[in-house]
Design a protein around this ligand. Structure first.
Ligand SMILES: CC(C)(COP(=O)(O)OP(=O)(O)OC[C@H]1O[C@@H](n2cnc3c(N)ncnc32)[C@H](O)[C@@H]1OP(=O)(O)O)[C@@H](O)C(=O)NCCC(=O)NCCS
Length: 169
């Protein structure tokens, strides 16, 4: 871990973060669902927070590689006030199980605690037991089991219909 530097993402990191986001989507079997672009990531920098794990320069490269990232957002929970959502967490395959994910998580945790949040949560696929074990090892618990919830989403096309019942899309 001595060669790894965890820091806040900067604008010049966006292209590498985007590449890792696509790798994460592929890992999760969702590569065709990504509609975010590097431009959107740049335009919306104020809407999310992101920390990256920077490695050391390797032979033949002029810049330090990014080996992982964690992207999170704050939102207001009507019951518990300010809370955090860990949206994306990724470490490149060849650098997993070296403590990088834990270092990213620790940095996010410090910021979330300092921000006065009541909790942080994240969605994890049923099959992604290694990520579930990772979060559990930090103290997270599976609240979907406790609350027996389903996560509902409505696309904007449907919201347009709802917001203007006269329009049949
Ligand atoms: C989940 C993920 C981010 C974890 O990152 P990581 O860098 O592998 O995590 P860590 O190395 O910190 O911890 C993983 C395990 O490695 C081992 N480990 C940690 N530090 C270690 C070290 N220095 N030496 C050897 N093993 C170590 C531990 O067994 C640890 O398990 P623990 O959490 O019970 O202690 C990573 O596996 C990943 O990117 N997975 C694919 C994408 C994904 O599923 N993301 C989550 C979507 S919800």
């Amino acid at each position: 871990m001595a060669d790894i530097h965890i820091r806040n993402a900067r604008e010049e990191d966006v292209d590498k973060i985007f590449v890792m986001t696509k790798e994460l989507a592929e890992h999760l079997g969702e590569k065709n669902t990504i509609t975010v672009t590097p431009e959107l990531l740049k335009e919306n920098q104020m809407s999310y927070k992101c920390v990256v794990a920077e490695g050391k320069v390797t032979d033949g490269s002029s810049s330090k590689p990014l080996l992982g990232f964690a992207l999170y957002v704050y939102r207001f929970d009507g019951w518990e006030g300010k809370v955090a959502i860990l949206d994306s967490m990724y470490v490149v395959p060849e650098h997993r199980n070296k403590g990088i994910g834990s270092a990213l998580y620790t940095t996010v945790a410090k910021d979330v605690v300092a921000s006065g949040c009541s909790y942080m949560e994240q969605l994890v696929h049923n099959w992604n037991t290694s990520a579930q074990e990772f979060y559990k090892s930090k103290g997270a618990y599976d609240f979907s089991e406790t609350f027996n919830v389903h996560a509902f989403r409505i696309p904007t096309s449907k919201l347009e219909e709802v917001s203007n019942p006269d329009i049949k899309l």
